[in-house]
Write a new protein. Structure first.
Length: 197
DNA sequence: AATGCGATTCTCT
DNA sequence: GAGAATCGCATTT
């Protein structure tokens, strides 16, 4: 059975949401076609005490304000002047946390004559999956429970705990003692996880 | 008003 | 493995 995840899925402890998000399907309805990708890699950002998080120090800014809102909304921002990063808010308003989607296994919405390698390269990174699905700042604050353009589906079958691998997060070496915490989760031996270690 | 850099990716070596 | 691309935003002056 197939159904869209509602807010109560996201309004839970971020690490649980991360693990349960693996194996779910991100659906992006464009004007002419619909793209679908299986979520295979995510990272948790644990709020003000997390030195890698944008909400560290607990200060609300123009960029991070949506993280201080309710769960199940899109937090999307630009890094390095060119790459969008797709995050989803979790927990209640008093816990400004979120998770980053780092890689998708493309399921639908790409040329059928792609080579295995080309399909692997389509969404195996947080910037690349946004480029593929044409996600940008216009999606800031989008509500996954009610949006007609973007949502997450369960299609039966969740990832078993034995299939989930945890590791340190990517690209946050500045985060002090938070640098080594295993807050990155991906599906074991999945060929579509991002390259960087 | 100015500065410095990033939750990345690509190219070249 | 190193360096460039490229700009909005947070922080400092």
């Amino acid at each position: 059975m197939v159904f869209r995840l509602s807010q109560d899925f996201f309004e839970r402890p971020t690490i649980e949401v991360c693990k349960d998000a693996l194996g779910k399907f991100l659906v992006r309805k464009k004007k002419k076609e619909t793209t679908v990708g299986k979520i295979v890699e995510v990272e948790a950002y644990m709020g003000p005490r997390d030195k890698a998080a944008h909400v560290r120090r607990g200060k609300v800014t123009k960029r991070n304000r949506i993280v201080f809102g309710k769960a199940g909304n899109i937090y999307i921002y630009l890094v390095y002047g060119m790459y969008w990063q797709l995050n989803i808010t979790t927990e209640r308003e008093d816990k400004p946390q979120c998770f980053l989607i780092r890689a998708l296994e493309p399921i639908q919405g790409f040329k059928q004559n792609l080579s295995q390698k080309e399909r692997r390269e389509l969404a195996n990174g947080p910037g690349k999956l946004c480029r593929w699905m044409e996600l940008d700042g216009s999606f800031y604050g989008e509500d996954l429970e009610s949006s007609s353009n973007l949502w997450i589906e369960e299609r039966g079958g969740n990832a078993k705990p034995s299939q989930i691998v945890s590791s340190p997060r990517i690209g946050i070496d500045y985060a002090g003692e938070w640098k080594d915490k295993e807050l990155r989760f991906h599906l074991k031996e999945n060929k579509f996880v991002s390259k960087r270690r």
